[in-house]
Design a binder for this molecule. Structure first.
Ligand SMILES: *[C@@H]1O[C@H](CO)[C@@H](O)[C@H](O)[C@H]1NC(C)=O
Ligand SMILES: *[C@@H]1O[C@H](CO)[C@@H](O)[C@H](O)[C@H]1NC(C)=O
Ligand SMILES: *[C@@H]1O[C@H](CO)[C@@H](O)[C@H](O)[C@H]1NC(C)=O
Ligand SMILES: *[C@@H]1O[C@H](CO)[C@@H](O)[C@H](O)[C@H]1NC(C)=O
Length: 369
């Protein structure tokens, strides 16, 4: 009897959580940024298609300039952009956790660059690029470089950005524009790992249309084919078989912060549960992260992508920018702003999937008891 009561309470609790957050996000992090509440009176600054083109052009220009042999061309990803938008609406000038910005179907490290107070995207990204004066390939950085190194990280093939106008809050006594870009993959510490392999001459970027390989698969830059690990199959290694995982040499889920651990220990890092949810939500045939992008590219259209970044740099940038902010803020004019809606798309699910998802939450949660 008591057990049943507890069960019902768990059900109600989960039901409530689900109302706030779709299962495919909830299973990644119960506080996923996709599900976060907007700051009151925040205003979206929608990205026009020419701004989007400029964001990609500037990133790819910087990526080409360094002459790396393994750098890939970067593409836009709408899922990353939507998650960035929902985070930007929170008006917190600090990074969210990597798991809070992870795209459900892209279980790879996801980085983030933040800026505030700049007049427009070109200026904001320009602020990140300025850091390259402190970057010397193969040597320790002489200053903050993490925004720049995320931009040029060889495997950062996907980016999605968003901006909002935040009302005065905390230390900011004027309204302030907030810029967020999320990247897949995120970067590593550039003092320990090189963002790219240095080449000698100008070369075009490797272009696999933003294709990513999951579950420890590696992308062959010549053929653009994924070489999958033993426990994954599919064109992007998107099918995970958790019944044939090799032994995992890490004990604690805390280890999953390190980028290699989720790739090699999917179960420890929750990727087996996540995979079950993904199958339910998207269908087994639709798990490849960006096949649409690849198809679109063949017809020479703009493609979709994903993103990732580092945490520490943003905090630093925050300081830099807040010093600049008063001057910059006074110049801001954004005629075409739109009030952020509090409406939640994900509540408009039809009843069928809704109940199914509630059930899935219980299964997933009970499994982890
Ligand atoms: C989610 O946020 C709540 C409230 O801030 C916190 O108590 C909880 O520990 C968070 N959950 C995770 C998994 O971080
Ligand atoms: C961005 O802002 C700067 C400084 O205000 C301005 O000179 C530049 O023309 C703007 N660029 C775009 C694309 O609006
Ligand atoms: C997982 O691998 C095992 C062993 O090779 C195989 O029998 C099983 O069918 C696979 N499961 C899926 C869902 O592919
Ligand atoms: C994951 O990939 C890395 C690099 O390709 C490789 O060294 C490692 O053995 C792989 N691990 C597993 C469990 O497949």
């Amino acid at each position: 009897m008591l057990a049943i009561l507890v069960y019902i309470m768990v059900f109600l609790q989960l039901f409530k959580s689900y109302e706030l957050c779709p299962l495919e996000y909830y299973v990644i992090d119960e506080n996923h940024s996709y599900c976060s509440q907007p700051y009151p009176n925040v205003v979206d600054l929608p990205i026009s298609s020419s701004e989007r083109t400029a964001i990609l052009r500037i990133h790819n220009h910087e990526r080409r300039l360094v002459r790396g042999t393994n750098i890939e061309k970067m593409y836009w990803n709408d899922d990353l952009a939507e998650i960035a938008l929902r985070y930007a609406r929170r008006c917190e000038f600090d990074h969210d956790k990597a798991s809070q910005r992870s795209v459900p179907r892209i279980p790879l490290s996801t980085g983030q660059n933040l800026a505030m107070g700049y007049d427009n995207w070109t200026q904001a990204i320009g602020g990140w690029i300025e850091e390259k004066e402190h970057y010397i390939h193969g040597y320790p950085a002489t200053g903050i470089v993490a925004h720049y190194t995320q931009m040029i990280w060889h495997s950062a093939v996907l980016v999605g950005c968003a901006a909002t106008m935040c009302p005065p809050s905390g230390i900011f006594d004027m309204k302030w524009p907030f810029y967020v870009c999320n990247y897949v993959t995120g970067q590593l510490n550039s003092n320990l790992y090189r963002p790219y392999d240095q080449g000698i001459e100008d070369r075009p970027l490797n272009d696999c249309h933003g294709k990513v390989c999951l579950y420890n698969g590696t992308l062959d830059l010549k053929t653009c084919q994924c070489q999958c690990s033993t426990y994954a199959t599919g064109s992007q290694c998107e099918h995970l078989n958790c019944s044939i995982l090799p032994p995992c040499y890490y004990q604690s889920p805390e280890s999953c912060i390190a980028v290699n651990v989720p790739l090699e220990c999917p179960r420890l890092c929750g990727l087996c549960d996540r995979y079950e949810v993904l199958k339910q939500v998207y269908g087994k045939a639709n798990l490849a992260p960006n096949t649409p992008a690849i198809k679109m590219l063949r017809t020479t259209t703009i493609t979709t992508t994903t993103s990732s970044t580092k945490r520490k740099p943003a905090g630093r940038k925050m300081k830099t920018n807040s010093q600049k902010q008063p001057r910059k803020l006074s110049l801001i004019t954004h005629p075409s702003t739109v009030i952020a809606s509090n409406s939640c798309n994900y509540l408009s699910l039809s009843i069928g999937p809704y109940l199914l998802h509630s059930l899935m939450i219980i299964i997933v949660t009970l499994k982890s008891f």
